[in-house]
Design a protein around this ligand. Structure first.
Ligand code: MG
Length: 375
């Protein structure tokens, strides 16, 4: 497959603070393990993915979503003969910078930061977590991950040119990340499209027929399953379709990436970096299915009244707490008060809130401001 494009571990740019090698784990294995052992990783369990817990115990949270992305990404890397461990480390780290309350949380933090001419972006926040906020080592701040894992974290969803972003200027602006990192965003897309459909089905926001009416590829599989299992329950049929749909998307991603690499004529990992575009891609048919699923989810799920209410409340809680800490920096925990001596208050407040789980944010809001409106 693409073994020639696999990122060669021996050409890694290494760690910011040199460390002796481990007797039996290579650098990317250690990075993966460091991510799993971090506090930010464990906190994913109490952060909303799309559906807030409460209505059901079966919805994804950001941790179970992350595990699904890692599983899909590992499969992709394995079939394509890329570095599975680097891919897995990146998949496990891909959402650790996510604030509480899913996208509503990210949007609200970004809106608050925009008042100060700045922004909040979860990939940059993830970099701050692994480079400084995690405190587990006596000899250095953060997790001291290899260059390629940190580069993949900041570039997994988009590229940037020289001078575009001062915070990440050290991560080879203008160059593509290794193919292992390019896979993450698309593995994420497969995982969340299928998982959100599943959770929407559980929440009663969508039926198999609803999806079939909007997504031709889904409809085709749906019809086959109806004929094959006429006596199955709606739930069983839905899962039969969903499983095949994931297969179609993952296969489209394998085929699309292999095809594009062939057309591009790239010979090694260095040429992947120099190639003007990304090589990880769906086939055109799988891309169309992915787009159709996304637009179905936007119309029927993400913008539904059920999620809209949660969203407004989440934004109000974050906005309220942000302003509270700006007005009362003396109420911040000691390490953030210390950070505020060196950095602007809005940045410190943003870092503090971004690290919170949904539950911790609610509790802090109640402690500092008072009872939030019931949800
Ligand atoms: Mg994700």
């Amino acid at each position: 497959m693409l073994a020639r494009l696999r990122f060669p571990l021996e050409s890694s740019r290494g760690r910011s603070y040199p460390e002796p090698e481990h007797p039996y784990r290579n650098a990317f294995q250690r990075d993966r393990d460091r991510v799993i052992h971090s506090r930010a990783f464990r906190r994913l369990e109490a952060k909303t993915q799309v559906f807030a817990p409460g209505l059901s115990d079966h919805f994804r949270n950001r941790l179970t979503h992350t595990i699904e992305v890692a599983q899909i990404a590992r499969t992709l890397a394995g079939v394509l003969e890329l570095d599975e461990v680097l891919t897995e480390a990146l998949a496990l780290a891909h959402d650790i910078g996510h604030p509480p309350f899913a996208h509503a949380g990210e949007e609200e933090l970004n809106r608050q930061m925009a008042r100060f001419g700045e922004r909040f972006e979860h990939n940059l926040h993830a970099l701050r977590i692994v480079e400084s906020f995690e405190q587990r080592y006596a000899r250095f701040p953060g997790l001291n991950l290899t260059f390629e894992v940190r580069e993949g974290m900041v570039k997994h969803s988009r590229d940037f040119g020289p001078g575009e972003q001062p915070e990440v200027e050290r991560f080879l602006p203008g160059l593509r990340p290794p193919l292992e990192a390019q896979l993450i965003d698309l593995a994420d897309e497969v995982a969340y499209n299928s998982a959100d459909l599943d959770d929407a089905f559980s929440a009663g926001l969508a039926t198999g027929d609803d999806v079939a009416a909007c997504v031709p590829q889904y409809r085709a599989i749906h019809e086959t399953i109806e004929n094959q299992f006429p006596g199955a329950t709606a739930r069983e049929r839905f899962h039969e379709v969903l499983r095949r749909l994931i297969d179609v998307l993952v296969s489209g991603l394998i085929e699309g990436t292999a095809g594009r690499a062939r057309e591009a004529g790239v010979a090694n990992a260095e040429e992947v970096r120099l190639f003007p575009g990304r090589l990880a891609a769906f086939t055109p048919e799988a891309a169309e299915t992915s787009r159709a699923l996304k637009s179905f989810l936007y119309r029927n799920v993400y913008s539904s009244a059920a999620l809209g209410e949660d969203r407004n409340q989440s934004m109000a809680l974050i906005g309220g707490l942000f302003q509270f800490f700006l007005d009362r920096p003396d109420c911040l925990p000691p390490q953030y008060r210390e950070q505020a001596l060196a950095e602007p208050a809005h940045r410190v407040v943003c870092d503090y809130i971004a690290g919170m789980t949904d539950g911790f944010l609610r509790r802090t809001y109640e402690q500092m401001i008072g009872p939030a409106a019931a949800r």
